[in-house]
Design a protein around this ligand. Structure first.
Ligand code: PLP
Length: 395
């Protein structure tokens, strides 16, 4: 059998400046990282609150391994449903203010499983054009008709809802805080449309969980929309510093997922150590609100600093700051130049973002110090001259 297509594919990716390689990262996931053997400032992590390297998570992990061993041994529906899974689910439901919660092995698995559980052939799913790949794949797997509406465009969403067959089940799915643009969905208006047209709403809070005031529950909760959104999902791998994901909603939704959701049913349960870390993380979300404040202050400092250098950051008001470059090759070149100067700000290219919108995705942590931020801004200022020719997209 010939596999010549592999080399052809790789060559095509290289020619389009879309070839990716894994960077080797050593040390823990703090504000500084060892990347490819060099210490750099880390502005490319989703460890927004600094919990991935918090000693409380390490302590909880060690204790859980001693008490429960390493593996869960089976899927949740066989013998893998350990007490720690249920303890975490109770804590997550409390945090989210919902009747119930269910842990998934990852956000990707959650999205690809939940959507096909809710809609099927003959139904319609409405998906924001900038939704994450896992949502896109979930929509595709569902076999429902997919209506992609322009990013946050309520008129287009309403037009689609109005024209969907009356008898079909309808599902609107959106991120609350968009992963690559750092902007927010108009959730209140989306929920109002869902009620007007009798549609279900599913919100991906992957980047909002842990971060939003007043209590870290997320954007849905901040807007007090919890009772009007059918599905809230989020991950445990970003602000919560560990791994895995959750769905929060009604007890009936939880039961339906346990019975029908293939990516929940047909996989080995997460190890107890991962649950213990997440329990510790949820406790820290409650007990250390100053981390959210520190993150917010750091965001303001970097946003203001970059704005005063003349950089445009789109509609982001969050810890995700997209510095739009446009061209993929130019974007990766800039990312490498930053890295050479000690700042890790990953270039993001298609297919993660739409063609022509490659960007440096700068992400902040509560644990960045003022000195680290000032140093990064100095490096960005030194790049300024080099990217002036991209004037139109940068400013
Ligand atoms: N949803 C969004 C919006 C994401 O950015 C991610 C990122 O990884 C996921 C889902 C997948 O979550 P996980 O990393 O837990 O698989």
């Amino acid at each position: 059998m010939t596999a010549g297509f592999i080399q052809d594919e790789l060559q095509a990716l290289r020619s389009a400046s879309l070839f990716r390689r894994l960077r080797s990262v050593a040390g823990d996931q703090g504000p500084t990282l060892m990347v490819d053997g060099r210490e750099v400032l880390n502005f490319s992590s989703n460890n927004y609150l600094g919990l991935a390297n918090h000693p409380a998570l390490g302590k909880a992990a060690t204790a859980a391994i001693e008490r429960y061993g390493c593996g869960s041994g089976a899927s949740r529906l066989i013998s893998g449903n350990m007490t720690l899974h249920e303890e975490l689910e109770i804590k997550l439901a409390e945090l989210k203010g919902t009747e119930a919660a269910l842990v998934f092995n990852s956000g990707f698995q959650a999205n690809t499983g939940i959507i096909p559980t809710l809609v099927d052939d003959g139904d319609v799913v409405f998906s924001d054009s900038l939704n994450h790949a896992s949502i896109i794949d979930g929509c595709r797997l569902s076999r429902a008709q997919i209506v992609v509406y322009r990013h946050c465009d309520l008129d287009q969403l309403e037009h689609g809802l109005k024209h969907a067959p009356r008898s079909s089940r309808k599902l609107i799915v959106t991120e609350s805080l968009f992963s690559m643009d750092g902007d927010e969905a108009p959730l209140k208006e989306i929920v109002e449309l869902s009620e007007k047209y009798d549609a279900m709403t599913m919100v991906d809070e992957a980047h909002a969980t842990g971060v939003y005031e007043p209590d870290g529950a997320g954007f849905v909760s901040q807007l007090r929309l919890g009772d009007r959104v059918l599905v809230q999902m989020g991950t445990l791998g970003k602000a919560l510093g560990g791994f895995g994901a959750y769905v929060a909603g009604s007890a009936a939704l939880r039961e339906l997922l346990i019975n029908r959701c293939r990516s929940f049913i047909f996989t080995t349960a997460l190890p107890p150590v991962v649950m213990a870390m997440a329990i510790a993380a949820v406790e820290l979300i409650n007990s250390e609100p100053e981390r959210r404040r520190a993150l917010r202050n750091n965001c303001a400092r970097v946003r203001d600093g970059l704005a005063s250098l003349g950089f445009s950051l789109g509609d982001s008001r969050s810890q995700i700051l997209p510095l739009l470059i446009g061209n993929a090759s130019e974007c990766m070149h800039l990312s490498e130049r930053l890295l050479d100067r000690g700042v890790f700000a990953q270039g993001i290219r298609p297919p993660t973002v739409p063609p022509g919108t490659s960007r440096l995705r700068i992400t902040l942590m509560a644990t960045h110090t003022s000195a680290q931020i000032d140093r990064a801004l100095e490096v960005f200022a030194s790049l300024d001259k080099a990217i002036e020719r991209n004037d139109s997209v940068l400013r």
